[in-house]
Design a protein around this ligand. Structure first.
Ligand SMILES: Nc1ncnc2c1ncn2[C@@H]1O[C@H](COP(=O)(O)OP(=O)(O)OP(=O)(O)O)[C@@H](O)[C@H]1O
Ligand SMILES: [Mg+2]
Length: 245
């Protein structure tokens, strides 16, 4: 067992001009957590993830990874993160294998362990047949699988995944879901923003509900169901966000 991984978001605030997209939110996750981050369109989920991932500067508060702020440019800290954006990017002319190789080398992996990981993830994501085809020929689901592999390849402590299931067919989403489930056995943190409430209900041990920049709920799904007397996450979600239009 290594040291415990802790992600702490403390009074995080992010504004775009006059608009407050994330309003003073705080929560803490630790190794082994699979966190489902849900909320209506425009609630501030993507903004929060980008602040945690160090892609956006924030206006107030702090993001601490194992007690260390993510402000500034700490390479070891950046290496401990994996990030899948909501609008994934691939180089058209690179094959899946070349792309994974490129990303792994950027993270400073040596060739041998990188090749081993590429092999492992192409099998796990049932991607072996497409590895040597250029990404311009990939379908959306294939692109998404290779992007997810690329964020797992350097074995980060914290995975930030924005909308993993959009446009995936049942088979692709099962493959991705099974990969996520494996993480409940590791002591890393998986942070998933999603509109697929059934996914959150199935694999997450904690959820956070964002609404208009505020974190209106954080905790276990079971506690929330109990306190609001609802039987599933969809009912809870609609109850909590019912004043939106
Ligand atoms: N680059 C930007 N410039 C200005 N406003 C922005 C920018 N990005 C996001 N916003 C605004 O910030 C708010 C939060 O947006 P964000 O993308 O974080 O929401 P979200 O919860 O991820 O939504 P969705 O479910 O649609 O992905 C929205 O009101 C949005 O219009
Ligand atoms: Mg978003």
């Amino acid at each position: 067992m290594g040291k415990e991984i802790i992600l702490e978001v403390k009074n995080l605030t992010k504004r775009y001009g006059k608009k407050t997209a994330v309003n003073n939110i705080s929560f803490k996750l630790s190794g082994g957590d699979i966190f489902g981050f849900i909320g209506p369109n425009g609630a501030g989920k993507t903004t929060t993830i980008k602040c945690i991932g160090g892609l956006l500067e924030y206006d107030g508060g702090d993001v601490l990874i194992n007690g260390k702020s993510n402000k500034g440019f700490d390479q070891a800290l950046k290496r401990s993160l994996g990030y899948v954006p909501d609008t994934p990017f691939l180089y058209d002319k690179l094959t899946g294998r070349e792309f994974l190789y490129f990303v792994g080398r950027l993270y400073g992996m040596d060739k041998k362990s990188l090749e081993k990981k590429i092999d492992e993830y192409s099998k796990k994501l049932e991607f072996s047949d497409y590895m040597d085809i250029r990404s311009e020929e990939y379908s959306h689901g294939m692109k998404q699988r290779i992007i997810i592999a690329s964020s797992f390849i350097h074995s980060p402590d914290i995975f930030l995944i924005d909308e993993p299931m959009v446009g995936l067919d049942p088979k692709s989403s099962k493959i991705v879901k099974d990969l996520f489930k494996e993480f409940s056995f590791s002591n890393r943190i998986l942070f998933i923003s999603t509109h697929t409430l059934s996914l959150a209900e199935e694999i997450c041990n904690k959820i956070g509900i964002m609404d208009k920049g505020n974190l209106v709920y954080f905790g276990s799904i079971d506690n929330l169901k109990e306190s609001l007397k609802k039987s599933n996450l969809e009912e809870l979600f609609l109850e909590i966000t019912k004043n939106d239009n």
